[in-house]
Design a protein around this ligand. Structure first.
Ligand SMILES: Cc1cc2nc3c(=O)[nH]c(=O)nc-3n(C[C@H](O)[C@H](O)[C@H](O)COP(=O)(O)OP(=O)(O)OC[C@H]3O[C@@H](n4cnc5c(N)ncnc54)[C@H](O)[C@@H]3O)c2cc1C
Length: 289
């Protein structure tokens, strides 16, 4: 099924994002995680792509598994910035052969190790995919603005272009202050972006996650979350439960405001997904009744 059809059927969608194991680990090491997540019957599972131009990713293979064994719709991430056209064609052909219908088209982070530069922006990839198959294309968006963008308005102008190129669904980068999302949504509405926007929520449940996330994305940590991190950073069990409670609170507020979907960055942790799902499942049922 195309992901855009899901949004026609449901008022609020729930999806999970997972990442493939490193190439040095057996692919089977993620099977148990997928099995556990499948029991929560998400509307789709997205699988990150990290080949960084090498064309060597397990994304397509895991999408096939999710689709065939668990009968859950997969969304294959695909990055382009370090890739030549032939790498992208290979990946697209693999996805076609596996019957995968949905691609999250991304630029990826620039890596000077790879000198192929057939694509500059995700919009180049969106155009390329639209001309090379019948995929439903999704794209990323940034409630606080992308870390390299001049300002939020400029970023939203570029986002509108991605949608005009063919993106039919957007997933936000993680954020911790819902007001940033509400402000962003007001601006995207004004810009005429009418495709469904799913909010990406990452429960901060591990100390090591925090610095990495801030460096990579530049997202703000609100005072309320800072206090949680300061108090529990050396108490893993409490941090886990407090991070889950914070994310739950964020999600309930977002669902109350009428968001079209929650995309949980579950970090391959079924315990976290299970707890959050338990907290919101009746609310989701009520919204979709
Ligand atoms: C939901 C989600 C999933 C992700 N999954 C992955 C993954 O699996 N693998 C991975 O490596 N990374 C992933 N990322 C990270 C992503 O690759 C980075 O955030 C990257 O820096 C930008 O990707 P993008 O597709 O948004 O880029 P783009 O849309 O190309 O935007 C990048 C920057 O260029 C600007 N821009 C865009 N188009 C134009 C234009 N036409 N003219 C001028 N400026 C323009 C934008 O404003 C922005 O500042 C993910 C991010 C999100 C939010």
């Amino acid at each position: 099924m195309y992901i855009s059809e899901l949004f026609e059927k449901k008022k609020a969608v729930l999806s999970f994002e997972i990442f493939p194991p490193k190439l040095t680990s057996p692919i089977e090491s993620i099977y148990e995680t997928i099995e556990q997540l499948s029991l929560l019957a998400p509307d789709f599972i997205s699988i990150t792509y990290s080949a960084g131009g090498s064309g060597n990713s397990r994304t397509a293979e895991l999408c096939k598994l999710v689709k065939e064994k668990y009968k859950i719709e997969p969304l294959a991430h695909l990055t382009c910035v370090n890739s030549c056209k032939k790498d992208i064609i290979n990946e697209i052909e693999k996805l076609k052969n596996y019957g995968i219908k949905n691609i999250l088209a991304l630029r990826g982070d620039k890596n000077p190790q790879f000198n192929c530069s057939d694509f500059k922006y995700s919009s180049d990839l969106i155009n390329f995919i639209m001309n090379n198959g019948n995929f439903n294309v999704s794209a990323a968006c940034y409630p606080e603005g992308h870390i390299e963008s001049v300002n939020l308005d400029d970023d939203i102008k570029n986002l509108k272009y991605k949608v005009d190129c063919g993106a039919k669904h957007l997933i936000t980068q993680l954020f911790f202050d819902n007001e940033d999302y509400f402000n962003f949504k007001e601006k995207t509405d004004k810009a005429g972006i009418i495709v469904p926007i799913e909010t990406g929520i990452m429960p901060l449940v591990k100390k090591q996650q925090v610095e990495r996330m801030i460096t990579l994305t530049g997202v703000k940590i609100p005072a309320k979350l800072s206090r949680i991190l300061a108090k529990f950073s050396d108490d893993p069990k409490s941090l886990m439960e407090a991070g889950i409670a914070y994310a739950t609170d964020q999600i309930i507020d977002l669902l109350s405001s009428g968001v079209r979907g929650i995309h949980l960055y579950v970090m391959n942790n079924p315990y976290v997904a299970n707890k959050i799902y338990g907290n919101i499942k009746e609310i989701l049922k009520g919204i979709n009744a």
